[in-house]
Design a protein around this ligand. Structure first.
Ligand code: AMP
Ligand code: MG
Length: 349
């Protein structure tokens, strides 16, 4: 166990010479649910190491077997670099956290195998982290948001999440594909590189005309596959930049409307935007506007930690460590369809 010394600067209270020693566990986190192999070491809110390798398919979308082979090849390389760069010995690691689900089965199994092996090797407890909750815990750790309404937007998931009565509850979610998946699918049809999200954002900045597209919000849930099909039909009839602008405006407006409804129903005092698509500045602006309409603070995770990474798994692992949420290797099977609201959250009171 390592220790962090915090020195008080409050001279009025005569504490300036007192070193408070706070016990913060060192957590090794492995992310590997789909396209990204992430290895990180954190201590409290400090990121000691954060290394990632991301798989880019040569053609089409993510192929689960190819993605899992990519993870199997890259985790050992990332681990090697991690050990080299770690400013202390690996024996200081207190627990090993890994993304146990949801995600692609072949990828989850590679990640779990590596995490189990390292946990046994170090003789340190194993923590199975829910990937969606990790995106939320990252935001709670590095932004001032403590009990926010969360809009989690990524390649595989799109959910409105908030904490209530011991669990993270899903107030709304996509009824078909995730917003990131929708952007990447349209990007491919438009001939843009993978992943399409950031390229669509760049194109949209030059767009001038908003073309009509379907708009689907059902209560606090939303749907995107019909919008992708309709946008595809505009290809070759309209300019790429206008298609991108229109697609963003319609889909992001649906996310903003559902977020506003969720905020007004719950009266939460902050909104947290997290997940890979949170890097989009147009989406940030729309959600920020909704937050200010509802007198709520707006927080967004930094761009370099918006997409999948090992740090978020280590941060969630640190929270779970405090609640003694350890699992045995025997009980560490992967959970490809693990839902956010199936996890008992005993680290928030
Ligand atoms: P994640 O699954 O959380 O790692 O997020 C990956 C997703 O984020 C992919 O679908 C990307 O297209 C999307 N993404 C990344 N940057 C942006 C951006 N600037 N605008 C929209 N989508 C983005
Ligand atoms: Mg993710």
């Amino acid at each position: 166990m390592d220790y962090v010394a915090i020195q008080s600067s409050d001279k009025n209270r005569h504490l300036s010479d007192i070193n408070m020693v706070i016990h913060e566990p060192v957590i090794l986190g492995f992310e590997g649910t789909a396209h990204t192999a992430g290895v990180a070491v954190t201590q409290g809110s400090r990121i000691v190491i954060n290394k990632t390798a991301t798989y880019f398919p040569e053609q089409g979308g993510i192929h689960p077997r190819e993605a899992s082979e990519f993870l199997a090849k890259n985790f050992p390389l990332l681990l090697e670099q991690m050990v080299k760069d770690l400013p202390f010995g690996i024996e200081k690691i207190d627990a090993v956290a890994f993304s146990q689900g949801p995600g692609l089965g072949p990828c989850l199994r590679i990640t779990a195998t590596i995490a189990r092996a390292i946990s046994l090797f170090l003789n340190k407890p194993l923590i199975g982290v829910n990937h969606c909750i990790a995106h939320v815990e990252l935001g709670r750790m590095i932004t001032p948001a403590q009990d926010p309404m969360v809009l989690y937007v990524s390649g595989g998931n799109t959910q409105l999440i908030t904490f209530l009565n011991g669990r993270y509850r899903i107030l709304g979610e996509t009824l078909d594909i995730a917003i990131g998946n929708a952007l990447d699918t349209l990007g491919r049809k438009l001939g843009l590189p993978h992943p399409g999200g950031p390229y669509i954002e760049q194109e949209a900045k030059n767009g001038k005309n908003i073309l009509p597209l379907p708009y689907a919000v059902k209560g606090m849930s939303f749907s995107f596959s019909g919008v992708v099909t309709a946008a595809q039909k505009l290809i070759s009839k309209h300019e790429v930049k206008d298609i991108c602008l229109s697609f963003q405006e319609y889909t992001f407006a649906a996310l903003a409307e559902a977020t506003e409804r969720a905020l007004s129903c719950t009266s939460k005092s902050s909104v947290l935007l997290t997940g890979g698509v949170a890097a989009n500045t147009r989406l940030q602006k729309m959600i920020q506007d909704v937050a200010s309409e509802q007198a709520a603070d707006f927080f967004v995770v930094p761009k370099n930690l918006a997409g999948d990474n090992g740090t978020m798994i280590a941060f969630a692992g640190a929270s779970m460590y405090k609640g003694n949420n350890f699992i045995s290797v025997h009980n560490s099977h992967v959970k490809p369809r693990w839902r956010t609201d199936q996890v008992e959250v005993n680290w928030i009171h």
